[in-house]
Design a protein around this ligand. Structure first.
Ligand code: PHE
Length: 446
């Protein structure tokens, strides 16, 4: 996407594809399912769905609106709008913390992207064919235990992201999203059907959808809210940047609905695919970040032509991870380009190199540096926790408060094409429900 003359999306469709490409990624499949398993299932899913609808939707629309009105990068868009509306320049912090969040997230995201690449190769070479659960767990353990392998895959993944962003070929990828996203959905559906026949589907259903009251703990609620931000790419300036390329004719609420439905459906399908296999094989749902890498290969290993399905699945997952990762690198590069003498390509190299370096610390948390640094967390968990549970919600809170309270109410209603009851509903959501929701989750969990 060219940004010198502040270009615009060529169509509403390109915009939706780019936003979906950013939203749908490892977060939907890897992170969603491991958190569901780790947080006891249905309570997490329920709070997550509530957060998507009541907090995610207003914040997504708010971020797009800030970008579209500001017509600049996230930091300058906020500064400009704040000035125009007679508010403090301190609103720029929302943009700055977004860039920081993107930087931190990409460091560990790339490590998991590397796992997905590694599993693509393992599927191709038939490593999972006919293997039992214990062997497949062993394979994953061996990957985690090898800093060299993790580094290799993390490096390849980051190099791919760097190459794509440096050469500005994101647009081609966005077109591919149109084809590959539906393919991912089809594959997930195949896995869900497999789970219905060969897994413990009923158990998975009640695990995911029948909450038990005692499970609603502060930790679970905070994790679910963090996941809502993570999966919709909120609180990182990314959606503000995407909004800045958006023409006036696009309806923000309709676009948000499309992106959110796709994103949520993919996450729920992933859960329905994974948990029947977990229960059928007596695996531990709370096994952590390795969950999909242990369960899905078991299914692939026991299906006819499973190696092929596995290959396609991990390729699609890697692709989804790449489109999210480039959207994470973009704001960091843009920031460097604007605030340092560096031009695009060197800025991309410098940003990628720094992120890659931090990623090494993250991947060593699985082996050599398997120790606690703070609050009982290792470096990997700390990066994940600080970003998803603190930084993103705070930044997103800033965005929605800005739109709800700083921008004039009439202009916002006009921009959204709302009047009467719908306008009231929007105002209640953006001014009260979303901000208070975020704050309540914080209070409840501490
Ligand atoms: N939303 C992406 C996912 O679910 C991850 C991401 C987070 C991308 C934040 C951009 C910004 O995988």
């Amino acid at each position: 996407m060219a940004k010198s003359s502040h270009a615009q999306w060529s169509s509403r469709m390109t915009f939706i594809l780019a936003a979906t490409g950013s939203a749908v990624g490892l977060g939907n499949i890897w992170r969603f399912s491991y958190l569901v398993g780790d947080s006891g299932g249905a309570a997490f899913v329920l709070v997550y769905l509530l957060c998507i609808a009541l907090v995610g939707l207003p914040i997504l629309v708010s971020e797009w609106m800030i970008g579209r009105r500001g017509q600049k990068n996230p930091i300058n868009s906020l500064a400009e709008l704040a000035r125009k509306n007679g508010s403090s320049q301190a609103w720029m912090i929302v943009g700055v913390s977004g860039v920081l969040g993107a930087f931190l997230i990409l460091s560990f995201y790339s490590v998991i992207g590397g796992w997905s690449l590694s599993y693509t190769l393992s599927s191709l070479t038939g490593d999972f064919s006919g293997q039992d659960a214990a062997t497949i767990e062993g394979l994953f353990g061996a990957l985690l235990g090898s800093p060299g392998m993790l580094l290799l895959w993390h490096t390849i993944f980051m190099a791919l992201v760097l190459g794509i962003v440096a050469f500005g070929v994101n647009q081609g990828l966005e077109k591919a999203v149109r084809l590959l996203m539906p393919a991912l959905v089809v594959l997930l559906v195949i896995l869900v059907v497999y789970g219905m026949f060969s897994g413990h589907f009923g158990e998975a259903l009640s695990f995911m959808f029948a909450p038990d009251l005692s499970a609603f703990t502060g930790g679970v609620v905070l994790a679910a809210m963090g996941q809502a931000f993570f999966t919709l790419s909120l609180g990182m300036g990314i959606m503000i940047a995407y909004g800045s390329y958006l023409g006036q004719e696009v309806k923000l609420l309709g676009a948000a609905r499309t992106v959110i439905i796709l994103d949520t459906v993919i996450a729920l399908l992933a859960g329905l695919a994974i948990f029947p296999i977990v229960f059928a094989n007596g695996l531990d749902p709370s096994e952590g970040p390795g969950l999909i890498f242990v369960t899905l290969p078991i299914a692939f290993g026991s299906m006819t032509a499973g190696w092929l399905l596995g290959l396609i699945f991990f390729l699609l997952l890697t692709f989804a991870a790449l489109t999210s990762a480039i959207s994470l690198l973009e704001p960091v590069v843009e920031f460097l380009e604007e605030r340092s003498p560096l031009t695009r390509v060197p800025a991309t190299v410098v940003a990628s190199f720094a992120i890659w370096g931090l990623g090494i610390a993250a991947l060593l948390s699985f082996n050599l540096w398997d120790f606690t640094v703070l609050f009982g967390l290792n470096i990997f968990d700390l990066l994940d926790t600080v970003t998803a549970k603190i930084l993103l919600p705070l930044t997103g809170l800033g965005a929605v408060v800005f739109v709800g309270w700083v921008l004039s109410r009439e202009s916002v209603e006009k921009e959204l094409g709302l009047s009467g009851g719908a306008a009231t509903a929007w105002n209640i959501a953006a001014r009260f429900i979303a901000p208070i929701g975020v704050v309540l989750v914080f209070i409840f969990s501490f």
